[in-house]
Design a protein around this ligand. Structure first.
Ligand SMILES: NC(=O)c1ccc[n+]([C@@H]2O[C@H](COP(=O)([O-])OP(=O)(O)OC[C@H]3O[C@@H](n4cnc5c(N)ncnc54)[C@H](OP(=O)(O)O)[C@@H]3O)[C@@H](O)[C@H]2O)c1
Length: 287
């Protein structure tokens, strides 16, 4: 038999927490205001011009963070900057993050402007699909360069700014965007992509160990979200994918923004090295 908990009214949690404050050691933060808040924080979201990066950047801007977005295409960056600036602070700094020298340049520019950075979302990514016989070196290099090496180089160059913003007990946050394709074998022949995403998950754990306790490092492994990368797949198989998903739908911007806000906020301060699927249960439950 389990314990029967008292019914939770609107103020019940508050009263319980006050009692806990008095009796238990440790810190209790107001869950409705501070615990999940990222207001006033400075964030960098790579690939923030569209798709999942834009979903996260929009969520951060609306939550009161100052957000730098970066991707290769200057026009797309500026368009998103203008769109998100209606809701708060968004600044576009274009860069090709498949190139290590560009990772260094971007990090230097942001560090010079801000000094410290609270949140880095390594989201920029590319994919490639081809039959195994045609899957050449280029198909490996163009994917690994941005999906894996770019994550490492940008984090390395932003490490001083992230360390300066974080402290033991109140770490700054790195969030790497992996994929459920790095957790289970995908249907399509995207060899370098699935391998790159498994690498992102391992890199997340490795960096988490090295960068603790000033910086927490976690990964989100998204399931299907509508984006340019996923347009062909979801236009053709979206209904079937949604049907086979335990939650019976595709991912929505709020699903991604909510998880990214949680991992950037104090609510996740005791989580590092985790890979969190945001996939409606596909990777762990679907057959
Ligand atoms: N959508 C999904 O269902 C899904 C599922 C699992 C994982 N993911 C992951 O989520 C992330 C975002 O994907 P998405 O679906 O939103 O794809 P997307 O719409 O194609 O967006 C990719 C973003 O990355 C940028 N980018 C690509 N190469 C870059 C480079 N060399 N340097 C800088 N920026 C670069 C793109 O902008 P430019 O073209 O201007 O550079 C764009 O902003 C990726 O890591 C992807 O693997 C997505």
């Amino acid at each position: 038999m389990g314990t029967i908990l008292p019914a939770a009214g609107a103020n019940a949690g508050r009263a319980d927490r006050r009692q806990l404050d008095a009796s238990a050691s440790g810190r209790y933060t107001d869950a409705m205001t501070d615990l999940f808040s990222i207001a006033g924080k400075t964030a960098v979201v790579t690939g923030g011009s569209r798709g999942i990066g834009k979903m996260i950047a929009a969520g951060y801007v609306q939550a009161g963070a100052k957000v730098y977005i970066s991707s290769r295409k200057v026009d797309a960056c500026e368009e998103t900057e203008a769109e998100l600036s209606q809701f708060g602070e968004c600044i576009a700094l274009p860069a090709d993050l498949a190139r290590p020298e560009e990772c260094e340049r971007l990090a230097a520019e942001i560090t010079q402007r801000e000094g410290t950075i609270d949140i880095l979302v390594n989201n920029a990514g590319a994919t490639w699909g081809a039959p195994m016989d045609e899957f050449d070196e280029d198909a490996w290099e163009r994917v690994l360069a941005v999906n894996v090496k770019g994550v490492f180089h940008l984090t390395k160059h932003l490490r001083p700014a992230l360390s300066a913003a974080g402290a033991p007990g109140n770490p700054s946050s790195v969030i790497n965007i992996g994929s459920i394709d790095g957790l289970r074998v995908p249907t399509l022949e995207t060899y370098s992509y699935s391998a790159s995403k498994a690498a992102v998950h391992m890199l997340t754990r490795h960096l988490a160990k090295v960068l603790a306790p000033e910086i927490k490092v976690n990964a989100i492994a998204p399931g299907p979200f509508y984006s340019k990368m996923m347009a062909y797949t979801l236009d053709n198989f979206g209904e079937a994918i949604a049907k086979s998903c335990p939650m019976k739908r595709l991912g929505e911007p709020d699903d991604m923004a909510g998880t990214a806000i949680f991992l950037a906020s104090a609510a996740s301060n005791y989580i590092t090295g985790a890979v969190l699927p945001v996939d409606g249960g596909i990777a762990s439950l679907a057959e």
